[in-house]
Design a protein around this ligand. Sequence first.
Ligand code: FMN
Length: 206
Amino acid sequence: VSLFLDFKDCIFARRDTRHFLPDAVPEKVLLEAFEAAHCAPSVGLSEPWRFVVVESQSTRKVIYDNFLNVRNRAQEQISSSEALRIFSSLKLEALRDAPVIVGVFCEMPPPETFTIGVQGTLDTVTWSCACAIQNFWLSLTNQGYSAGWVSILDFEVLSAALNIPNTWKPMGIMCVGKPATNYDKQPMLQKLNWKTRSLNPVVIKV
Ligand SMILES: Cc1cc2nc3c(=O)[nH]c(=O)nc-3n(C[C@H](O)[C@H](O)[C@H](O)COP(=O)(O)O)c2cc1C
């Protein structure tokens, strides 16, 4: 069920959401978003995306504690007291309050198999997963839902908490639900004066 007729509206409306309403996410909304993710381009048709829907409350807590540890460590890297003040006040996850949280992993191809397109860099496999995440995000936006990407995590600890094999590289956790705000149609980091969006993409001709 699409809310937006216009592709451009959907692109502009997508936000990284950290503030959600308590409303449950219908199964069909999630399925449509996973289907969109699965339509993403992938290097050599590797389709490396793996989604782990975290249902256990105790696992959620382990992931949240993981986030807190890494966030606290990040704070030590900020020297300006004003930046530290703003950073400390930012909500950079919805791990406890999002109705659904989904771990996204990238299954790396076994070295002995031949994959088209990875000869330049094996990063092409993880980029494929990023494309899938963007499709997932846009589909949720299009259905009136949203997601927030949490990467402030110790990825080894995350894999261990979810019992994930080491051939599945962690991409992060997507917090999913109905947005409580659109941050006045701008990135939250801009609304809260952390950083301003640049006006134009950098495009050069050579
Ligand atoms: C790879 C990636 C990782 C991110 N990790 C986090 C994160 O850990 N916490 C957070 O609050 N936002 C995270 N973000 C969201 C960005 O801050 C956000 O996309 C950016 O500020 C622009 O805002 P918008 O997505 O609403 O346009 C991440 C985004 C990407 C693409």
